[in-house]
Design a protein around this ligand. Structure first.
Ligand SMILES: C[S@@+](CC[C@H](N)C(=O)[O-])C[C@H]1O[C@@H](n2cnc3c(N)ncnc32)[C@H](O)[C@@H]1O
Length: 240
């Protein structure tokens, strides 16, 4: 079943709700007191995505090209893509997710969204048959690789290595990571344990292992940026 986000620790509280037609346009978050923004009918939203949207957007503004196609892998609710496409109108933003339930929500956001938000593709990083036959100036992927088996990290890098323009195409990877030289925050340790309890193949990934997987597909690690709530933004560039 599609779970847009499933994290308990403080900032990670995330309970998607569907605003029912004609009943409530404001999803009611559970386990948190802060408000979620209004969603179009049938569109899901998550308080976590509402919180991290602005810090992520700041990084995107600084590093994404002004124009060109961008692929979002694991779009989830679609809330991110709708906001980023609206804020960055020179980009053509193509969301994707293998979950039909997620794609329904993404499409609901798209129907109410800007014209540069493109139809949602059914991209599963583990299934090459679903990969787009197109090139993109950038790929954005948030909160996927720890909620998928380890093979998904290598598969993501293979996909990105194939679809990014070279040289200079950008991969923006967001989420919580383990780092050898940084003490893991208690909230991340608890989240990792929670994930592994739900599926032994899930869990926070080691940053350096992710960087090594990227290198195998011609993607050079260029930036580590600390983000709120013990998350990281990792940037990679495709080399020639
Ligand atoms: C926690 S949600 C993240 C959603 C959104 N990116 C965010 O940060 O709010 C994880 C998403 O990863 C997607 N996902 C899981 N396995 C995947 C795979 N093999 N390929 C692509 N996406 C996958 C799920 O369908 C889900 O929408």
């Amino acid at each position: 079943m599609f779970q847009p986000c499933a994290r308990q620790p403080a900032d990670r509280t995330c309970n998607s709700t569907v605003a029912k037609r004609g009943v409530a346009r404001y999803p009611t978050p559970v386990q948190t007191l802060d408000p979620a923004p209004p969603s179009p009918d049938a569109a899901r939203s998550s308080p976590a995505a509402s919180r991290n949207l602005e810090p992520i957007l700041q990084v995107l503004r600084a590093h994404l090209p002004a124009t060109g196609p961008v692929l979002e892998v694991a779009a989830g609710t679609g809330q991110h893509g709708a906001a980023f496409a609206a804020a960055l109108p020179g980009l053509d933003w193509t969301p994707s997710d293998p979950s039909a339930e997620a794609r329904d929500s993404v499409e609901a956001w798209r129907r109410a969204g800007p014209t540069n938000l493109k139809p949602c593709l059914p991209v599963d990083v583990l299934d090459e048959a679903t990969w787009p036959d197109a090139t993109f100036k950038a790929v954005f992927c948030a909160n996927m690789i720890h909620i998928a088996p380890p093979a998904a990290t290598a598969a993501l890098m293979r996909l990105v290595g194939r679809v990014l323009t070279r040289p200079g195409g950008l991969l923006v990877l967001y989420g919580p990571f383990m780092e050898a030289e940084v003490e893991t925050a208690p909230s991340n340790l608890a989240f990792d344990e929670n994930l592994r309890g739900r599926d032994p193949d899930w869990g926070l990934r080691d940053r350096d292992a992710v960087i090594a997987a990227a290198r195998e597909h011609g993607l050079a690690f260029t930036l580590r940026k600390a983000m709120p709530a013990n998350n990281l933004m990792l940037l990679f560039r495709a080399w020639p």
